[in-house]
Structure formats: structure tokens, C-alpha cells
Design a binder for this molecule. Structure first.
Ligand code: TRP
Ligand code: ZN
Length: 885
């Protein structure tokens, strides 16, 4: 907890470090009630900072300093200054060693940052600024050092002792203890340091790299989870091969380890050679993890592995550059997932997520550029903007340069900057230099926040046979800047003729058409492109594959959208046309509801969905995506004022209508797929994901009719299936139904069966927290008393509180303010336990400006109550104070 007012840190103030640390030698003595850390730092003056010997200011927080020496002489308190976040020394020479000993308390560390205990195991989380809670250090990513680490612990409880790099020595010591020494040959910043000690089992495998080196692969878990590691191991090997084939990147140590821990603030962490994972991002097997969980494990294993190059070999100069590694690595893992599964479905899911959540962030009080200019607490900037929008920005570079040009750029980037700590500008410069292009204007994507609007209008000249598209771009004001300069917006598009075929595209001045789907660069506020040789007015298919993270508007009629849904050669745009049609219909229903009129659904939506359902040549995963109505959260994001009750009523009404009118087709596809699932052993592969996706969305529609045959089918699926995907869907449809007896029975039997599996119990909590039936808050409060629930475990907080506040809009936004009060009370508690988690759970309250005046006042009131509640962490302070500003 802070003692001073938190300070804003600015990118413009960046200065290279005054001193460097060439070598770091650490010794950890782990005990049950404390840990001793000895650090020897081999240091020198940074020659880049010129002559002179300024004070050496080491970072350190919550450390009990036991001794400090420079060279051979131990310092007395008169020789140094100590405050709650620094130790300041006064070097007398250009090169010297610093030795410190500190005592720390991992056993009481509930913030899960630095060294802490998860269950019986010791583990670390150092990114971004957690290493300073372990020892005094220059805890900044541009200080890179060679680490040697010795860990000692009691042998019986902690038989496994791990750190980064290669094991070089180990042995027993007195009193039943033992020790191990690890050496990491690669220079790295402190945020990539890791240590693990525990009673762990491991699954082992090997990988032979492109230059024929054999790498040992190990996944360490607590013994009861040893049967849930195979999927992560398979994913790891696929990732290693893919990075060789796609980016020419080879792994560089002789061993690669993953450790699964139950208590973890995020998904996983790319520590050099020793990735530490939230167990939810490693463990997966048919009986306990859904298809979505399997795909998430595959993606996160890949993401962390890919960081070995995009993050570790080439790292960030400062934390403002976070997207350098995160945006690029998300882009890389998305490419991998697309290649492993259905590329179109992956794109649809990523875009739906971006448009719902990142667009909302970009329109709220925490909006910031992909490369922020300032922050109070860096942990608050591991955001959708830095990750997901950052990945879109890299993706636009890929689109502009083409696959080959992009690869030339990434090769140059890795070669030029290997072993360095660099900036987003360095990344773009490598792309420019490798391709001979100028991306100066493009770089505004890194410095300007907010989601650009792109309004498109058309005109057709029948006599001249020309078709013109006019683009007008704007970008709303955000807290950092009111006025924005035009972006470079790559717009992939096609023009469709009356038969649904793509026309050849020839722009004015071009002798030949340049294909039938192409990318235009919109670079000005207003810009017109004229296509020639167009015999009849075409239908434009715009922003194919979502080629830029913008809000594109074009005045499509519903009939035109139905044509695009069926005929667009771009799979993503077929889906998007369906979403646009559904948004129009749902907004109409919302307005009817608000005006107290009877709701009438445009029958074209049902016709369109019926056509999709009847299409047996379409990938079933695509069918499932196309049958999914836009989420309530997305509909809220699209509206100026989020009328949660009306949105919910409208969407439920539409779902009911679809279920009723398409009952026969849904039932037929459900039964056909369930029959195959019944006879097929679980396989975590795209074709099987697709079958179950369609089966399950069909079931969730069918259950809205409450027909006895559907209840029977649901119970059959719940009882007889062999996998969590089918079981959890059956549970979810029961939980959202009026079949109270069956619901209670299913919930109880599920909990009884899985009570010892915390990850499965998280799903049980989530399904209930997400139920939009009346009484949501009461159910959540009751579940908080369940023995499997604890506020100390971030997965539990996310499963119950996060699911309620972020996905259950009607219940969370109850007009009496009870949901808001509940969340604020929890945040005050979490602030003291785990500031990172507390700050993340705040996000629904930060969006208060989206709601009606009554709710606005209630939400503001809760934010003010949090602000006044006492000593706030910098994490919570930053989010609350910016939201109220
Ligand atoms: N670098 C991690 C990633 O791959 C992010 C991360 C893991 C993290 N744990 C963290 C960030 C704790 C902040 C705090 O995305
Ligand atoms: Zn990452």
C-alpha cells in the first residue's frame, strides 16, 4: 500500500539507466515463515550516460534490509538512504559489486506479485514491476543481466527447485534441506526472472529443432493434475514447429519448462525457459475442459512460447512499449490458431471480442493509445488496447506489406535487435527498412487513442460506367487528446454483381484490373476512389476480414445484407452482414420495447437464419457463429445510452422467435450432431469443435420453447456425454430455464462430481453467475458462501464476480443499485488483498457514463465511496480517479 500520493509517469521523461548490471547472482533460502534473499550484483556505470558517478537508486518494496555491502565493505546506515520504495547508494568507482540480504514473506503475499505461495508451492510473478518485491534492483526492462540462481528449501515438501536457464548443480544440505543452482546464459531484464519450488510431477517430451538440437520439454503440475497435460504438450510442440516454419525462429535453450499454478493474476507468463501458467491455461482434458478451454490452452501456450523471440530475445525498452511485445505476440498467436483451426472462425471470434470490449475501453475514461504516453500503475495497462488493438495494428502492417514483405520486416527486426531492449518505433523502422516504405503517418495508430469512424457512401454513373466510393474518417475525442489526425486505414474490399460474383477491380488511371478483392489505403479525412468499367451498380463488400479496427458505416438495406450473407466470397463479411442485419432488427425491437409497443421481429432475420441452417456445405462452426445474435454487451457498446433492460428483452424476444419459427431445422441439426457426438470419442480438433458448437447453439435455442422433448434431450446430453463441452452447455440451458427441479438436481450432481476440481467448479460458478433470470445478485451472494469459493483466488473472483458484473447486464445493473453496491464492497476488500485483481474488476463501474441519469448517479456514488474508503492501492486509485475525472 502506498504512503505517498501516486505519481504519474511520462514516456517523454524516459532516460537510459545510470548504471548497468552485468551479472546477477541470487540465493533464495525458502522457509515456511520467511524467505531470505541474497543478491550479488556486478555493476558498472552506463557509458551511454557519460562521466560522473550519480547516486545509485535501487528499487525495492516490502523488503526488510538485513545487510548491504559495496565491494568488500559492509555499509552502515549512514552510508545509504532507505525509503519504502528505494535504496540509494553512493558508488565511488565506475565498476563495483553490490551485495544485499533481505527478508521477505511470500507466505503472506496475497497480491500474487513477487515471490508468493500458491497452495503449497512457491512461485514468482515479476512482470511488470514485481522483482522489486524480491530484492533491491534496477527493476526496469532496459537493464539486462546474466542471472545465476540458487534455491534452497526443505527437501520433503519441495523436492522440485526450478529457475530460468539450465540446471548446473544441486545437492543435499543440513537439516533435511537441499539446493539447486540454475544458470541462464541469455541476458534478460528482471521481469523475466522466475523461481518455483514445490512437490510437482512432470510430463516430459522432446522437440528437435530445425538445426537438429534436441530440447527437453517439461510441464510441471501438482500430482492430481498429471492426467491433464497432454493437450498443452501437443500445443507446445505445434507452436515450436510453427514458429520455425512461419517466422524462422528456433528455440535457444536445451530445456523449456511450463509450471501450472492455481493462484495467478493473469493467463500466463513468459519467463525465460520457465513459463509460469495459470492452471486454467494449461490443464485440459475432455471430461473437465470445454472446447473453448482447449482452444484457449493452445493459444496461450503458443503466446508464451512465441514471447521467447517477441519479448525475451528482443524486449521492451520501457513499459510504454508494452505493445511491442504484446501486440506482436497476440498477432503471432492468432496466426498460429488460424492455421491450427478454422481461420475464418478465429477471425470472427477475435473481432467480436475486440468490437465488444476493446471498443468499449477506447470509448471510456481509461482509453489510451496502443503506446500510452503516461500511467500511474503499469499493471493497469495490460489492456485490450495494448494486446488486442496492438495486434490489429501489427495486422494492418501485415496487410499493407503482404505476407512476404512482413516476413522480411520481422526477420530484420529480430536480427537487428537481438539482445536489445527496444521501442515500437524500432519495430516499425525494421518494417520500413526491409520494404523501402514510409510508415510515418501509419504510426498514428500507436499514438492516438479512440476508435476511428469510417463513413462510406457510394455513387454510380450508369453512362460513364463508373462506381465511386467516398470515405470520410473521424475519430472521437479521448481523455488524452481532443483532436485527431487522419489514420492510414487499409480497407480490403470487393464489388459484387447481381449474381453474387466479385467484379474485377480497376481504379481510375489503371490499365488493368488488379484482382477482385483488394486493399485501398484511406489516408485522408475525405477520399474518393473511382472504379471504372462497372456495367451495373454493384453491392460493395467493405472491410473484408476486418482489415482495420474501425467502426465502418454504410447504408445497407436489409435485403442487401441478406445477399452478402449468402454470397460474399469473404467468409468474415458473410458473418458480419448477418450481424449487421441482426443489429438492425434488434435495435428496432429495443425501440419498440422502450415505447411500450408490441415487439415485432422482421421476418427477414428468420428467413436469413433459416437459410444458414439449411446450408449443409457451410462449415458447421460458421453456421454456429452466424446463428449467434450479437451479445447484449455489444448492443450496449453500439448504443449511445445502454438501455440494458430493453436490450435484454429485445434479444430474448428475438431468440424466442427464432427458436419457434426454426424449430424443425434446429431440432434436426441438433439430433444429427448429438448422435455423432454420442458415438465419437472426444477429439480436440476443429471439425469436432464445429460439430459441438452447432449442436450446442441449437440446443440453447430449442430449450427456449420449453418442450418436453427438448428437456429430455438436454438431460440425456447432461447425463450421457463424455465431455465438458456438452455437459456444461446442458447445465447452462437448464440453469437458464424454468425447470427448477431439474436445474437444482443437475447443479447438485455436477458439484458433487467435480467438487475436488477447482477449474470445473469455476465453470459451475460462472454458469450460475451468468443466469439472467431474476434474483441474480442473491444467487451470487449465496454462492460466495460456498466452500469452493474464496476471494483470494483470482480465478474464483473472475468466475463468480467477473461473470456477474461483466456478463449479466440485467442483474448487475438492477435499478435499485444493489449490483453496484455489491461490486464496490468487494473492490474495497480486494484492494487490500490483491490490487491488480481489484482494479480489473472495477471496469463495469468505470463505464457509468453509458447509462441513464439514475444509474449514472448510483454508479458514481459507488466510485466515490471506493475513493473515500481509505488507503487505496495505486492500481485502484488510478482507475477510480480517472473514471471520475
Ligand atoms: N506477459 C504476460 C503475457 O503473456 C502478461 C502477464 C502475466 C502479466 N502475468 C502478469 C502482466 C501479471 C501483469 C501482471 O501476456
Ligand atoms: Zn504476452
Amino acid at each position: 500500500m502506498r504512503t505517498e500520493q501516486p505519481k504519474m509517469i511520462y514516456l517523454k521523461d524516459y532516460q537510459a539507466p545510470e548504471y548497468l548490471i552485468d551479472e546477477t547472482h541470487l540465493t533464495f533460502e525458502l522457509h515456511d515463515d520467511h524467505t531470505l534473499v541474497h543478491a550479488q550484483l556486478v555493476m558498472r556505470r552506463n557509458p551511454a550516460r557519460g562521466a560522473g558517478l550519480p547516486p545509485l537508486v535501487l528499487d525495492g518494496q516490502q523488503l526488510e534490509l538485513l545487510s548491504v555491502s559495496v565491494g568488500d565493505s559492509e555499509l552502515s546506515p549512514a552510508d545509504y538512504q532507505l525509503d519504502d520504495s528505494h535504496l540509494t547508494l553512493h558508488p565511488k568507482a565506475d565498476a563495483f559489486t553490490v551485495d544485499t540480504s533481505v527478508r521477505i514473506h511470500p507466505e503472506t503475499n496475497t497480491a500474487l506479485e513477487g515471490l508468493y505461495k500458491s497452495g503449497k508451492m512457491f512461485c514468482t510473478q515479476c512482470e511488470a514491476e514485481g522483482f522489486r518485491k524480491i530484492t533491491y534492483y534496477l527493476d526496469r526492462p532496459d537493464v539486462m543481466s546474466k542471472f545465476t540462481t540458487t534455491v534452497s528449501a526443505e527437501q520433503h515438501s519441495y523436492p522440485i527447485l526450478l529457475s530460468n536457464g539450465n540446471p548446473i548443480a544441486s545437492g543435499p544440505s543440513e537439516d533435511g534441506r537441499h539446493w539447486a543452482t540454475w544458470e541462464d546464459p541469455f541476458m534478460k531484464p528482471a521481469y523475466l526472472f522466475a523461481l518455483v519450488a514445490g512437490d510437482l510431477w512432470c510430463v516430459e517430451d522432446t522437440f528437435t529443432t530445425m538445426s537438429a538440437r534436441e530440447v527437453a520439454l517439461r510441464i510441471y503440475v501438482e500430482p492430481e493434475n498429471i492426467d491433464k497435460c497432454q493437450h498443452a504438450m501437443t500445443s507446445l510442440k505445434k507452436s515450436m514447429r510453427w514458429d520455425e516454419e512461419t517466422y524462422g525462429r528456433e528455440y535457444d535453450l536445451d530445456i523449456f519448462m511450463i509450471v501450472a499454478v492455481n493462484d495467478f493474476n493473469m493467463g500466463a507468463m513468459e519467463n525465460k525457459g520457465l513459463n509460469i501458467f495459470n492452471s486454467s491455461a494449461v490443464l485440459a482434458r475432455a471430461e473437465t475442459a470445454t472446447d473453448a478451454a482447449h482452444q484457449r490452452v493452445e493459444a496461450i501456450v503458443a503466446h508464451e512460447y512465441f514471447h521467447n523471440w517477441s519479448g525475451n530475445r528482443v524486449t521492451c525498452r520501457d513499459w510504454f512499449q508494452l505493445s511491442l511485445k504484446e501486440g506482436f505476440t497476440v498477432f503471432r498467436d492468432a496466426g498460429f490458431s488460424s492455421d491450427m483451426n478454422s481461420a475464418t472462425v478465429k477471425r470472427i471470434q477475435d473481432v467480436a471480442y475486440l468490437r465488444t470490449h476493446q471498443f468499449a475501453e477506447d470509448a471510456g475514461p481509461m482509453a489510451h493509445p496502443v503506446r500510452p504516453d503516461s500511467f500511474i500503475e503499469i499493471s493497469n495497462f495490460y489492456t485490450l488496447t495494448v494486446y488486442e488493438k496492438g495486434s490489429e495494428v501489427v495486422g494492418m502492417i501485415h496487410t499493407l506489406l503482404g505476407a512476404e514483405g512482413f516476413r522480411k520486416g520481422s526477420d530484420l527486426y529480430f536480427e537487428r535487435h537481438d539482445g536489445q531492449a527496444v521501442t515500437c518505433d524500432d519495430f516499425v523502422k525494421a518494417m520500413e527498412d526491409a520494404n523501402g516504405v514510409d510508415l510515418t503517418q501509419f504510426k498514428r495508430w500507436y499514438s492516438q487513442a479512440g476508435t476511428p469512424r469510417l463513413q462510406v457512401s457510394e455513387s454510380y454513373d450508369a453512362a460513364a460506367k463508373t462506381y465511386s466510393l467516398h470515405f470520410h474518417q473521424t475519430c472521437p475525442a479521448t481523455p488524452d487528446k481532443a483532436e485527431k489526425l487522419p489514420f492510414v486505414i487499409p480497407v480490403a474490399l470487393g464489388l459484387i454483381d447481381a449474381h453474387g460474383n466479385d467484379l474485377p477491380l480497376r481504379l481510375q488511371g489503371e490499365p488493368q484490373p488488379q484482382g477482385s478483392s483488394r486493399v485501398l489505403s484511406v489516408t485522408e479525412e475525405d477520399q474518393t476512389f473511382v472504379f471504372e468499367g462497372i456495367e451495373a451498380k454493384p453491392l460493395p463488400s467493405l472491410l473484408r476480414g476486418f482489415s482495420a479496427p474501425v467502426k465502418l458505416s454504410f447504408d445497407y438495406s436489409r435485403d442487401q445484407l441478406m445477399v452478402l450473407m449468402q454470397h460474399d466470397s469473404d467468409g468474415f463479411n458473410r458473418w458480419d452482414a448477418g450481424q449487421r442485419l441482426a443489429v438492425q432488427c434488434l435495435q428496432e425491437l429495443t425501440a419498440q420495447y422502450m415505447e411500450n409497443q408490441p415487439m415485432v421481429l422482421d421476418p427477414r432475420l428468420i428467413t436469413a437464419f433459416g437459410t444458414v441452417l439449411a446450408n449443409h456445405s457451410l462449415d458447421q462452426a460458421m453456421v454456429a457463429e452466424m446463428l449467434s445474435l450479437p451479445s447484449e454487451a455489444y448492443l450496449a457498446e453500439l448504443s449511445d445510452r445502454a438501455e440494458v433492460d430493453a436490450i435484454h428483452a429485445a434479444r430474448e424476444f428475438a431468440r424466442g422467435q427464432i427458436a419457434e419459427h426454426l424449430y424443425g431445422a434446429l431440432w434436426q441439426r441438433y439430433q444429427a450432431n448429438r448422435a455423432i457426438s454420442r458415438d465419437t470419442a472426444y477429439v480436440p480438433e476443429a471439425e469436432h469443435f464445429a460439430r459441438r458448437a452447432l449442436q450446442n447453439i441449437a440446443l440453447s435455442y430449442l430449450m427456449l420453447t420449453a418442450k418436453p422433448e427438448v428437456l429430455e434431450a438436454t438431460l440425456e446430453q447432461f447425463d450421457a456425454c463424455d465431455n465438458m463441452t456438452e455437459r456444461l452447455t446442458a447445465l447452462a440451458v437448464l440453469v437458464n430455464s424454468q425447470f427448477d427441479a431439474e436445474k437444482a438436481k443437475a447443479l447438485a450432481s455436477f458439484a458433487e462430481h467435480f467438487k475436488d476440481n477447482p477449474l470445473v467448479m469455476d465453470q459451475w460458478f460462472s454458469v450460475q453467475a451468468g443466469s439472467t433470470l431474476p434474483g441474480g445478485l442473491k444467487r451470487v451472494q449465496a454462492l460466495m458462501e460456498h466452500p469452493a469459493f474464496t476471494l483470494k483466488n483470482p480465478n474464483k473472483v473472475r468466475a463468480l464476480i467477473g461473470a456477474f458484473a461483466q456478463q449479466n447486464l440485467v442483474n448487475f445493473h438492477a435499478v435499485d443499485g444493489s449490483g453496484y453496491r455489491f461490486l464496490a464492497d468487494l473492490i474495497i476488500q480486494l484492494n487490500a488483498l490483491n490490487p491488480q485483481i481489484a482494479a480489473r474488476q472495477l471496469s463495469p463501474l468505470t463505464r457509468w457514463r453509458k447509462y441513464d441519469p439514475h444509474r449514472q448517479a448510483l454508479m458514481r456514488g459507488e466510485l466515490e465511496r471506493i475513493l473515500a474508503s481509505g488507503e487505496l492501492s495505486s492500481d485502484v486509485y488510478e482507475v477510480v480517479s480517472k473514471s471520475l475525472a
